[in-house]
Design a binder for this molecule. Structure first.
Ligand code: URP
Ligand code: ZN
Ligand code: ZN
Ligand code: ZN
Length: 534
């Protein structure tokens, strides 16, 4: 047969066009776009009738945590990701995502000094279960060992196709000082590795946390008070200044406030190569939702804790939507960071002894199992600073944005595709293999339901395919959901049923970023530090 599969009667949406075309798929690739296919064309092919619904390139989620121990608390305390590559990729594909980029994390412990070693260990974790869909890695770099950076960064690119790294300005065991940040960004820039920055001022957070604890404000809700928008505002400005100093393109991950977004916009207007990601939680949750389950004797609102936290009220979201529309934001990712609620390695569920202050406490000791976090939780407190940061959302990312932004007219269908698929593919060196419906691209495709025939529903966690026992979006109305997900030509999800196979997903060696480059207008010669790169 001419095609293995064809998609007919769809409204194709790319980052630039909306068109009524059919798609012909052969050997996992899109081979033909045509206004119509003849009977001859269709012979022997599986025909998928989109019934007038939108057909888009599959989602590319550039920010997913799987199989990771996250150290978001003091003393390196953290939690264990609830999703591995099996459950995480399954959840992604059931929400229309066909590519995920996950994190391989260096730590400050000696065995994790080598970035190549870390990547090898994370690859083994992925291989242990396999993935339903294609995946790649970013590295997280938490130290500035000159020898490691110099020797290993070129090999990350050539041997692994890893062309992006994430750096932190917060979290005790991950944050880099300004000098360390310059060191790492400098090496990254020399290797054309895209620098992703988690921009929160760690000192400001620690200081505010101390002040809150002195006032016994340690319940989960106060996590947000320890991270008001100014914390992100300061860190974005500082990172922009340091990146400009050495002419390094940067991408801010998970921007969660209008204040930080405006800093990004200002830098972009000055012509600096500054890019930004934002995530569903900053549009759909507020401090009010942190309070939703608020009860001083219970931990339940630990479910909503993530960093940066959701903004204080919906006024931020209004401005953030504008940033999606006007190009300030380059990508829209999930920051899926799954912790179970009923798990000692997840969000604490014990009873909070809220009257106690944390100050003057001795250093934590390990519990019998050797888990310092368990010990702290059972012994004393679920104070917010010990609660692992992060919430799940890889499956809800696309349908939430479809419901709240596309169908409401806040963004166009093309912008939807740009933010969720095409730009992340370009940014992370996967375009045009991913993020495109052009002939030659991988046949990674989502087909939505026709809007008019979809019965809106209110989300319950049992509909989702992650390994998390809650969703922050419980009860939220959805007015569409992906009906089919195709990964390299195979239908992996159809009408609510999983039809893919774990282990089918391939590791993606990525190329250089096609977006985060220092291109654009020539820089002011007074600021140029060309000598650094001679
Ligand atoms: O709270 C969050 N975002 N947890 C995940 C780790 C990170 O910083 O992205
Ligand atoms: Zn982060
Ligand atoms: Zn994250
Ligand atoms: Zn334990």
């Amino acid at each position: 047969p001419k095609f293995d599969t064809v998609v007919i009667n769809g409204v194709l949406v790319s980052a630039s066009d909306v068109s009524s075309n059919c798609i012909g798929i052969k050997d996992g690739k899109i081979t033909v776009l045509a206004e119509r296919f003849s009977d001859d064309d269709l012979r022997g092919a599986e025909v998928i009738d989109a019934e007038g619904a939108y057909v888009m390139p599959g989602g590319v989620d550039g920010h997913v945590h799987l199989c990771q121990d996250l150290q978001t608390g003091p003393h390196g305390l953290g939690g264990r990701c609830a999703d591995d590559f099996l459950t995480g990729s399954r959840s992604a594909m059931c929400g229309g995502t066909t590519t995920i980029i996950t994190f391989a994390t260096q730590t400050r412990s000696e065995p994790d000094r080598s970035l190549l070693g870390v990547v090898g260990r994370y690859k083994a974790r992925a291989d242990a279960t396999g993935s339903y869909i294609d995946y790649g890695f970013h590295v997280i770099i938490v130290r500035d060992d000159g020898d490691v950076l110099e020797e290993e960064m070129p090999r990350l690119v050539s041997e692994w196709g890893i062309t992006s790294c994430k750096l932190f300005l917060t979290y005790e065991t991950q944050r880099l000082s300004d000098k360390q940040l310059l060191n790492v960004m400098y090496e990254a820039r020399k290797n054309r590795i895209t620098t992703m920055i988690h921009a929160e001022n760690g000192d400001a957070i620690e200081w505010l946390t101390d002040k809150l604890e002195e006032r016994n404000k340690i319940a989960p809700y106060y996590h947000a008070w320890s991270r008001p928008p100014a914390v992100e505002g300061e860190a974005t400005n500082r990172a922009i200044a340091l990146a400009e100093l050495i002419q390094n393109p940067i991408l801010f991950v998970h921007i969660g406030s209008a204040l930080a977004m405006k800093n990004v916009r200002k830098a972009q207007t000055r012509g600096l190569p500054v890019y930004a990601e934002t995530c569903p939680q900053y549009f759909n949750l507020t401090w009010n939702d942190l309070k939703k389950f608020h009860d001083p004797s219970c931990f339940e609102n630990s479910k909503m804790i993530c960093s940066p936290p959701p903004p204080p009220d919906a006024s931020d979201a209004d401005e953030l939507y504008l940033g999606l529309h006007n190009g300030t934001f380059t990508i829209f990712s999930s920051d899926h960071c799954p912790f179970r609620y009923d798990d000692p390695h997840g969000k604490p569920t014990g009873v909070l002894e809220h009257a106690e202050s944390m100050t003057g406490e001795p250093e934590p000791e390990s519990c019998l199992d050797g888990h310092a976090l368990c010990d702290l939780v059972s012994r004393k407190t679920g104070a917010f600073k010990f609660i692992p940061n992060g919430i799940p959302g890889v499956e809800t990312r696309l349908p939430l944005l479809y419901t709240t932004a596309l169908q409401t007219g806040r963004i166009s269908p093309q912008k939807f595709v740009e933010l969720t698929s095409t730009n992340p593919a370009k940014l992370y060196g996967l375009y045009p293999r991913k993020g495109s419906l052009m002939p030659g691209a991988d046949a990674d495709i989502i087909i939505w339901h026709p809007d008019h025939s979809f019965v809106p529903f209110s989300l319950t966690n049992d509909r989702l395919h992650h390994n998390v026992d809650y969703t922050p979006y419980e009860g939220q109305q959805f007015t569409n959901w992906p009906r089919y997900t195709l990964s390299r030509g195979q239908v992996v999800y159809r009408n609510g049923q999983i039809t893919g196979k774990v282990g089918y997903g391939q590791y993606l060696k990525r190329g250089q970023s096609q977006l985060a480059t220092a291109q654009g207008r020539k820089q002011d010669p007074r600021r140029v530090a060309d000598w650094l790169y001679e």
